[in-house]
Design a protein around this ligand. Sequence first.
Ligand SMILES: O=C(O)CCC(=O)C(=O)O
Ligand SMILES: [Fe+2]
Length: 365
Amino acid sequence: MSSTFNSSNSLYDFVVKDGNGVKGIVDSGIKEVPERYIQPPHEQINKLESRTHVVPPIDLSKLNGPEHDLVVDQIVSASETLGFFQVINHCVPVELLESLKNSAHTFFNLPPEKKAIYLKGLSPSPFVKYGTSFVPEKEKSLEWKDYISMIYSNDEEALQYWPNQCKEVALEYLKLSTKIVRELVEILMGKLGVKVEESKMEGILGMRVVNMNYYPPCPNPELTVGVGRHSDMGAITVLLQDGIGGLYVKVDGEDQHSQNEQWLEIPPIHGALVINIGDALQILSNGKYKSAEHRVRTTNTECRVSVPVFTLPKPTEKIEPLPEVVKKDGLARYREIVFQDYMKNFFENVHVGKKSLDFARINST
Ligand SMILES: O=C(O)CCC(=O)C(=O)O
Ligand SMILES: [Fe+2]
């Protein structure tokens, strides 16, 4: 099979166009990572150089008890600094988290032709897409990742078109995640001193997408990335990762081109969910809450899965720093954008850290 990859084009067609994905390359028995997946040295991840994020997870059940204010402070301070934290005692049952990971494995273990029916242009629904890497047609070095993405429109559509292997659990998880997101956003807005009208809240949190990511074992993990450095574009991401590890967040993510940047690994914690702040919340808060720059390492031993739920503004929603915050700050750091324009720009560019925010940034000189 490896003769299939004797030119870069045949590799691209095999992986991207024919829908074999990275899993297809690995199943073909390769011993070395194909050239197209080798990252430039500054994007390669040295496992030994990073530290672990040791802050304990935030116990959301304590929001209903005497420690409410303390927990609010933990959420706010994590959102103002790293933009990343983990939560436990949330409303998603641990059994559902286990089923999600299992169903991700079941889906990606399907024969390629069963997954390829969801490729862009072939998928029976515009809301379901199976793919690989991030924007393979633009990337010089591809990401070592396959994924299925499911945009929520309504239950009927989801149950009809999302893949049978994962539709029920993915839908249940999406709905429960919404409760977590809603609670967190209310806390974060409250700390800004802003009361957001219900209709505005629906606009800010009106689009929900659940992805399943699959990172097959990689023969040369030190040369590749699972996902390159990026921030998520929405308001908040709720992420389930399995026990393998490899998710990193950058400390002081604003500093885009630092030589000695520092990354912290977010350790897998059984039953916990990872929360990260997205660009839309950074814009709305005029920069007070930080969208997190993060990336994923590959390993040569096991298949890693992760299941993010992205909660984003509706495509037609206008997003700009909240007027109350601008008034307090004395200036707006971002311009008004229509969220679908922001999304278009996001998906037209390869992952380059937090560069996505430049689309909305007002440069003060
Ligand atoms: O796999 C992970 O842990 C993170 C994935 C991610 O950052 C994303 O899908 O946006
Ligand atoms: Fe992400």
